[in-house]
Design a protein around this ligand. Structure first.
Ligand code: HBI
Ligand code: FE
Length: 297
Protein backbone atom coordinates (compact mmCIF):
# COMPACT_ATOMS: atom_id res chain seq x y z
CA UNK A 1 0.00 0.00 0.00
CA UNK A 2 1.09 3.54 -0.57
CA UNK A 3 1.43 6.10 2.13
CA UNK A 4 -0.86 8.78 0.80
CA UNK A 5 -4.20 7.86 -0.48
CA UNK A 6 -7.61 9.35 -0.58
CA UNK A 7 -10.87 7.67 -1.38
CA UNK A 8 -14.23 9.20 -2.26
CA UNK A 9 -15.38 8.56 1.29
CA UNK A 10 -12.29 10.05 2.94
CA UNK A 11 -12.33 13.58 4.30
CA UNK A 12 -10.91 16.19 1.94
CA UNK A 13 -8.82 17.65 4.72
CA UNK A 14 -7.44 16.84 8.13
CA UNK A 15 -10.21 18.32 10.25
CA UNK A 16 -13.43 16.71 11.39
CA UNK A 17 -16.59 17.62 9.47
CA UNK A 18 -17.62 21.18 10.23
CA UNK A 19 -14.39 22.01 12.07
CA UNK A 20 -12.66 25.18 10.90
CA UNK A 21 -8.94 25.86 10.91
CA UNK A 22 -7.78 28.41 13.47
CA UNK A 23 -5.41 30.02 10.95
CA UNK A 24 -6.36 30.91 7.39
CA UNK A 25 -3.32 29.07 6.01
CA UNK A 26 -4.25 25.95 8.00
CA UNK A 27 -0.91 25.80 9.78
CA UNK A 28 -0.74 24.60 13.36
CA UNK A 29 2.08 24.18 15.84
CA UNK A 30 3.87 20.89 15.36
CA UNK A 31 3.40 20.30 19.11
CA UNK A 32 6.60 18.28 19.28
CA UNK A 33 6.38 17.97 23.10
CA UNK A 34 3.04 16.20 22.76
CA UNK A 35 4.43 13.17 20.95
CA UNK A 36 4.32 10.12 23.20
CA UNK A 37 7.02 7.46 23.54
CA UNK A 38 4.70 5.25 21.47
CA UNK A 39 4.65 7.89 18.68
CA UNK A 40 8.46 8.00 18.60
CA UNK A 41 8.54 4.20 18.63
CA UNK A 42 6.26 4.09 15.56
CA UNK A 43 8.60 6.51 13.83
CA UNK A 44 11.56 4.27 14.69
CA UNK A 45 9.85 1.16 13.33
CA UNK A 46 9.02 2.88 10.06
CA UNK A 47 12.41 4.58 9.82
CA UNK A 48 14.42 1.42 10.37
CA UNK A 49 12.59 -0.82 7.96
CA UNK A 50 12.70 1.83 5.21
CA UNK A 51 16.37 2.58 5.82
CA UNK A 52 17.20 -1.08 5.22
CA UNK A 53 15.44 -1.09 1.87
CA UNK A 54 16.63 2.17 0.40
CA UNK A 55 20.31 1.50 -0.47
CA UNK A 56 20.34 0.48 -4.11
CA UNK A 57 16.71 1.55 -4.54
CA UNK A 58 16.49 5.25 -3.62
CA UNK A 59 18.32 7.68 -5.91
CA UNK A 60 21.62 9.25 -4.79
CA UNK A 61 19.95 12.63 -4.19
CA UNK A 62 17.47 11.10 -1.75
CA UNK A 63 20.21 9.35 0.22
CA UNK A 64 22.35 12.49 0.28
CA UNK A 65 19.42 14.69 1.36
CA UNK A 66 18.62 12.30 4.19
CA UNK A 67 22.24 12.29 5.31
CA UNK A 68 22.41 16.10 5.47
CA UNK A 69 19.21 16.55 7.51
CA UNK A 70 18.58 16.15 11.25
CA UNK A 71 16.50 13.00 10.66
CA UNK A 72 17.24 9.79 12.51
CA UNK A 73 15.59 6.74 14.06
CA UNK A 74 15.37 7.98 17.65
CA UNK A 75 12.63 10.58 17.45
CA UNK A 76 10.15 12.27 15.17
CA UNK A 77 12.05 15.23 13.69
CA UNK A 78 11.41 18.77 14.90
CA UNK A 79 10.21 20.86 11.94
CA UNK A 80 12.18 23.90 13.14
CA UNK A 81 15.45 21.97 12.99
CA UNK A 82 14.57 20.66 9.51
CA UNK A 83 13.66 24.15 8.30
CA UNK A 84 16.94 25.58 9.55
CA UNK A 85 18.92 23.23 7.29
CA UNK A 86 16.48 23.41 4.37
CA UNK A 87 16.35 27.21 4.40
CA UNK A 88 20.12 27.34 4.00
CA UNK A 89 20.18 24.76 1.24
CA UNK A 90 17.19 25.51 -0.98
CA UNK A 91 15.12 28.18 0.79
CA UNK A 92 12.38 25.76 1.84
CA UNK A 93 10.66 25.40 5.22
CA UNK A 94 8.49 22.70 6.75
CA UNK A 95 5.25 23.89 8.36
CA UNK A 96 2.81 21.74 10.33
CA UNK A 97 -0.77 21.07 9.18
CA UNK A 98 -3.39 18.67 10.56
CA UNK A 99 -3.38 16.48 7.41
CA UNK A 100 -4.73 17.16 3.95
CA UNK A 101 -5.49 20.82 3.32
CA UNK A 102 -7.65 22.31 0.54
CA UNK A 103 -5.93 22.44 -2.86
CA UNK A 104 -5.55 26.23 -2.98
CA UNK A 105 -4.08 26.30 0.54
CA UNK A 106 -1.63 23.57 -0.44
CA UNK A 107 -0.60 25.39 -3.62
CA UNK A 108 -0.19 28.72 -1.82
CA UNK A 109 2.27 27.14 0.62
CA UNK A 110 4.28 25.42 -2.11
CA UNK A 111 4.40 28.59 -4.21
CA UNK A 112 6.10 30.21 -1.20
CA UNK A 113 8.50 27.34 -0.54
CA UNK A 114 6.69 26.11 2.54
CA UNK A 115 6.08 22.39 2.66
CA UNK A 116 2.94 21.52 4.66
CA UNK A 117 3.63 18.36 6.65
CA UNK A 118 1.12 16.42 8.72
CA UNK A 119 2.12 16.70 12.39
CA UNK A 120 0.54 13.41 13.48
CA UNK A 121 1.93 9.91 13.10
CA UNK A 122 -0.04 6.86 12.00
CA UNK A 123 -1.28 4.34 14.53
CA UNK A 124 0.63 1.05 14.94
CA UNK A 125 -2.16 -0.77 13.05
CA UNK A 126 -1.69 1.58 10.08
CA UNK A 127 2.00 0.98 9.38
CA UNK A 128 1.33 -0.03 5.78
CA UNK A 129 -1.73 1.97 4.91
CA UNK A 130 -3.31 5.27 5.80
CA UNK A 131 -5.38 7.72 3.87
CA UNK A 132 -3.85 11.01 4.93
CA UNK A 133 -0.24 12.16 4.72
CA UNK A 134 1.31 11.84 8.17
CA UNK A 135 4.67 13.00 9.48
CA UNK A 136 6.42 9.86 8.24
CA UNK A 137 5.22 10.24 4.66
CA UNK A 138 5.80 13.98 4.57
CA UNK A 139 9.13 14.18 6.39
CA UNK A 140 10.80 10.89 5.51
CA UNK A 141 9.35 10.79 1.98
CA UNK A 142 9.37 14.42 0.83
CA UNK A 143 11.83 16.45 2.86
CA UNK A 144 15.10 14.76 1.72
CA UNK A 145 14.20 15.57 -1.90
CA UNK A 146 13.53 19.22 -1.00
CA UNK A 147 17.28 19.47 -0.36
CA UNK A 148 17.76 19.09 -4.11
CA UNK A 149 17.66 22.38 -6.08
CA UNK A 150 15.79 20.91 -9.08
CA UNK A 151 13.05 19.36 -6.92
CA UNK A 152 12.91 22.54 -4.84
CA UNK A 153 12.15 24.63 -7.92
CA UNK A 154 9.82 22.07 -9.45
CA UNK A 155 7.56 21.82 -6.39
CA UNK A 156 7.41 25.61 -6.07
CA UNK A 157 6.41 25.80 -9.74
CA UNK A 158 3.77 23.14 -9.08
CA UNK A 159 2.27 25.41 -6.42
CA UNK A 160 2.23 28.37 -8.78
CA UNK A 161 0.98 26.20 -11.64
CA UNK A 162 -1.69 24.64 -9.44
CA UNK A 163 -3.28 28.02 -8.73
CA UNK A 164 -3.26 28.74 -12.46
CA UNK A 165 -4.52 25.28 -13.46
CA UNK A 166 -7.46 25.74 -11.09
CA UNK A 167 -8.43 28.92 -12.92
CA UNK A 168 -8.05 27.17 -16.28
CA UNK A 169 -10.06 24.14 -15.14
CA UNK A 170 -7.11 21.82 -15.84
CA UNK A 171 -6.06 20.80 -12.37
CA UNK A 172 -6.57 17.10 -12.97
CA UNK A 173 -3.94 17.18 -15.74
CA UNK A 174 -1.39 18.93 -13.56
CA UNK A 175 -2.17 16.79 -10.52
CA UNK A 176 -1.27 13.69 -12.55
CA UNK A 177 2.17 15.13 -13.24
CA UNK A 178 2.74 15.67 -9.50
CA UNK A 179 1.49 12.17 -8.76
CA UNK A 180 3.71 10.41 -11.29
CA UNK A 181 6.80 12.47 -10.37
CA UNK A 182 6.92 13.81 -6.81
CA UNK A 183 4.84 10.99 -5.37
CA UNK A 184 5.65 7.94 -7.53
CA UNK A 185 8.54 8.88 -9.80
CA UNK A 186 11.49 6.73 -10.87
CA UNK A 187 14.69 7.99 -12.47
CA UNK A 188 17.58 6.56 -14.42
CA UNK A 189 20.88 6.25 -12.67
CA UNK A 190 24.12 4.76 -13.98
CA UNK A 191 23.43 1.49 -12.16
CA UNK A 192 19.78 1.30 -13.20
CA UNK A 193 16.37 2.62 -12.18
CA UNK A 194 16.02 4.28 -8.78
CA UNK A 195 13.05 5.78 -6.94
CA UNK A 196 12.66 9.43 -5.96
CA UNK A 197 8.88 9.64 -5.33
CA UNK A 198 7.80 10.21 -1.72
CA UNK A 199 4.78 7.92 -1.94
CA UNK A 200 7.18 5.10 -2.77
CA UNK A 201 10.04 6.09 -0.44
CA UNK A 202 7.68 6.09 2.55
CA UNK A 203 6.08 2.73 1.67
CA UNK A 204 7.76 -0.53 2.64
CA UNK A 205 5.87 -2.69 0.17
CA UNK A 206 5.82 -0.29 -2.78
CA UNK A 207 9.55 0.39 -2.52
CA UNK A 208 10.13 -3.22 -3.57
CA UNK A 209 7.15 -3.50 -5.90
CA UNK A 210 8.05 -0.49 -8.04
CA UNK A 211 11.59 -1.71 -8.80
CA UNK A 212 11.73 -5.47 -8.17
CA UNK A 213 8.32 -6.78 -9.28
CA UNK A 214 7.57 -7.99 -12.83
CA UNK A 215 4.00 -6.66 -12.69
CA UNK A 216 4.15 -2.88 -13.28
CA UNK A 217 5.07 -1.04 -16.47
CA UNK A 218 8.02 1.33 -16.36
CA UNK A 219 7.73 3.95 -19.09
CA UNK A 220 9.66 7.08 -20.07
CA UNK A 221 7.84 10.18 -18.86
CA UNK A 222 6.57 12.80 -21.25
CA UNK A 223 4.28 15.62 -20.15
CA UNK A 224 1.40 14.82 -22.47
CA UNK A 225 1.53 11.11 -21.66
CA UNK A 226 1.24 11.57 -17.88
CA UNK A 227 -1.33 14.34 -18.15
CA UNK A 228 -3.63 11.86 -19.94
CA UNK A 229 -3.11 9.00 -17.54
CA UNK A 230 -5.35 8.09 -14.61
CA UNK A 231 -3.65 6.92 -11.46
CA UNK A 232 -4.52 4.53 -8.68
CA UNK A 233 -5.10 5.97 -5.23
CA UNK A 234 -5.99 2.71 -3.51
CA UNK A 235 -3.16 0.37 -4.44
CA UNK A 236 0.29 0.13 -6.03
CA UNK A 237 0.65 1.94 -9.34
CA UNK A 238 0.20 -0.12 -12.50
CA UNK A 239 2.68 2.12 -14.31
CA UNK A 240 5.68 4.08 -13.07
CA UNK A 241 7.11 6.88 -15.19
CA UNK A 242 10.85 7.27 -15.53
CA UNK A 243 12.79 10.50 -15.95
CA UNK A 244 16.36 10.85 -17.23
CA UNK A 245 17.46 12.80 -14.16
CA UNK A 246 16.07 15.43 -11.80
CA UNK A 247 17.01 18.27 -14.14
CA UNK A 248 14.30 16.97 -16.48
CA UNK A 249 11.83 18.33 -13.89
CA UNK A 250 13.60 21.68 -13.89
CA UNK A 251 13.03 21.91 -17.63
CA UNK A 252 9.27 21.54 -17.06
CA UNK A 253 9.28 24.68 -14.91
CA UNK A 254 10.33 26.72 -17.96
CA UNK A 255 7.43 25.55 -20.15
CA UNK A 256 4.06 27.28 -20.45
CA UNK A 257 1.53 24.55 -19.66
CA UNK A 258 -1.55 26.36 -21.03
CA UNK A 259 -0.99 25.22 -24.66
CA UNK A 260 -0.23 21.72 -23.38
CA UNK A 261 -3.52 21.56 -21.52
CA UNK A 262 -5.27 22.52 -24.76
CA UNK A 263 -3.53 19.76 -26.69
CA UNK A 264 -4.23 17.14 -24.02
CA UNK A 265 -7.87 17.99 -23.32
CA UNK A 266 -9.41 16.54 -26.52
CA UNK A 267 -7.31 13.35 -26.36
CA UNK A 268 -8.89 10.30 -24.76
CA UNK A 269 -7.71 9.53 -21.27
CA UNK A 270 -5.54 6.52 -20.59
CA UNK A 271 -6.08 3.81 -18.01
CA UNK A 272 -3.32 3.30 -15.42
CA UNK A 273 -2.03 0.07 -16.99
CA UNK A 274 -2.21 1.02 -20.69
CA UNK A 275 0.91 0.93 -22.87
CA UNK A 276 1.00 2.86 -26.17
CA UNK A 277 2.95 1.92 -29.30
CA UNK A 278 5.07 5.05 -29.11
CA UNK A 279 5.86 4.76 -25.39
CA UNK A 280 9.50 4.47 -24.39
CA UNK A 281 9.19 1.19 -22.52
CA UNK A 282 11.80 0.27 -19.91
CA UNK A 283 9.71 -2.64 -18.65
CA UNK A 284 6.53 -4.03 -20.13
CA UNK A 285 4.81 -5.24 -16.99
CA UNK A 286 3.08 -8.62 -16.71
CA UNK A 287 0.15 -6.94 -14.98
CA UNK A 288 -0.08 -10.04 -12.79
CA UNK A 289 -0.47 -8.21 -9.49
CA UNK A 290 -3.48 -6.11 -10.48
CA UNK A 291 -5.03 -8.92 -12.55
CA UNK A 292 -5.05 -11.11 -9.47
CA UNK A 293 -6.58 -8.30 -7.43
CA UNK A 294 -9.34 -7.76 -9.98
CA UNK A 295 -10.24 -11.47 -10.03
CA UNK A 296 -10.30 -11.76 -6.24
CA UNK A 297 -13.81 -12.39 -4.86
N1 HBI B 1 -2.56 18.61 1.47
N2 HBI B 1 -1.22 18.27 3.31
C1 HBI B 1 -1.50 18.04 2.02
N3 HBI B 1 -0.66 17.25 1.29
C2 HBI B 1 -0.89 16.99 -0.03
O1 HBI B 1 -0.11 16.26 -0.68
C3 HBI B 1 -2.02 17.56 -0.64
C4 HBI B 1 -2.85 18.40 0.16
N4 HBI B 1 -3.95 18.96 -0.39
C5 HBI B 1 -4.26 18.78 -1.79
C6 HBI B 1 -3.34 17.88 -2.50
N5 HBI B 1 -2.31 17.34 -1.94
C7 HBI B 1 -3.56 17.45 -3.93
O2 HBI B 1 -4.92 17.13 -4.10
C8 HBI B 1 -3.07 18.51 -4.91
O3 HBI B 1 -1.71 18.24 -5.15
C9 HBI B 1 -3.82 18.48 -6.21
FE1 FE C 1 3.01 13.33 -0.58
Amino acid sequence: MTAVQTTAAAPKHGLAAGERPARADWTIDQGWDHYTPADHATWRTLFERQTHLLPGRACDEFVQGMRDLPIGPDRIPDFRALSEVLLQRTGWQVVAVPGLVPDEVFFEHLANRRFPAGNFIRRPDQLDYLEEPDVFHDVFGHVPMLMNPAIADFIQAYGQGGLRAQRLGCLRHLARLYWYTIEFGLLQQREGLRLYGAGIASSYAETRFCLDDASPNRIGLTLERVMRTHYRIDDFQETYFVIRDLDALLEFTRIDFAPLYERVQPLHELQPGEVLVDDLVFTRGSGAYHAKRRSAP
